[in-house]
Design a protein around this ligand. Structure first.
Ligand SMILES: Nc1ncnc2c1ncn2[C@@H]1O[C@H](COP(=O)(O)OP(=O)(O)O)[C@@H](O)[C@H]1O
Ligand SMILES: [Mg+2]
Length: 221
């Protein structure tokens, strides 16, 4: 599902954020990406999401070579990917419904279909009763559940998450992790960046470790 061949990224000359990364993630895998702050975790996720371009190497997602795709093709591929951030990145002036509906509107889905899918997805994350609220009326954990619903509403091939529980307390972290497991069980390939060692212990999964922009570990329990 995801392949990197010799991928390097430098934001500035002489300081590589990622250095010659090669890896392969199969369809349906759940993989953690870990390493200290500055290791390159967020950069790797940005490259996969097409938000940044590599300086060198190839990135292949679902059989499509990102580095060769036209911009319009990249945005089509991106529509089948979900991404979740530490700080939620919800539109605070829009309702929960509008936030989750947004990716479907970009896809040009019909209104009736959008309403149904948004409701179903909010049910999956246990927030259908908050559908007409605004993000800032919700707790942090609830806001992250909305952000996950927004990622899941397109039935993503690939679900990327960048420190999604970094702002949440341990109890809420477990609830959020259950949602990622559920998404994975429903078919999304999941790549989740975290530096939380406790999480890696609690959820034994394949772990890719970055350090100083290099892939220094790839362990499967
Ligand atoms: N937009 C940017 N401009 C310049 N340097 C950046 C930018 N984003 C990240 N970096 C640098 O790239 C390296 C990797 O950062 P990042 O991918 O955010 O690591 P992590 O997510 O593991 O903390 C760091 O040295 C960071 O300072
Ligand atoms: Mg980061």
């Amino acid at each position: 599902m995801i392949q990197l061949h010799g991928v390097s990224k430098a934001y500035q000359k002489d300081s590589a954020a990622l250095n010659d990364i090669s890896l392969k993630i199969e369809k349906g895998e759940f993989v953690f990406l870990t390493g200290p702050s500055g290791a390159g975790k967020s950069t790797l996720l940005k490259l996969l999401f097409g938000a940044e371009k590599p300086n060198r190497g190839q990135i292949i997602i679902n059989g499509q070579n990102l580095t060769r795709l036209a911009v319009s093709r990249i945005s089509l591929l991106r529509r089948r990917m979900g991404i979740v951030f530490q700080d939620f990145k919800l539109l605070n002036r829009r309702t929960i419904f509008e936030n989750v509906a947004f990716p479907l509107e970009i896809q040009g889905r019909r209104r009736f279909e959008i309403s149904k899918k948004v409701y179903q997805t909010l049910q999956q994350v246990g927030l259908e009763h908050k559908i007409h609220r605004h993000p800032l009326e919700l707790s942090g954990g609830e806001q992250q559940r909305v952000a996950i619903a927004r990622a899941l509403v397109v039935d993503p091939l690939v679900l990327l998450a960048d420190e999604p529980t970094g702002n949440l307390d341990p109890e809420v972290t477990l609830e959020i992790m259950e949602l990622f497991k559920l998404a994975n069980a429903r078919g999304s390939t999941v790549l989740l960046a975290t530096h939380d060692r406790e999480m890696l212990r609690r959820f034994p999964r394949r772990v890719l470790t970055l350090d100083g922009g290099r892939l220094v570990g790839d362990q499967t329990p």
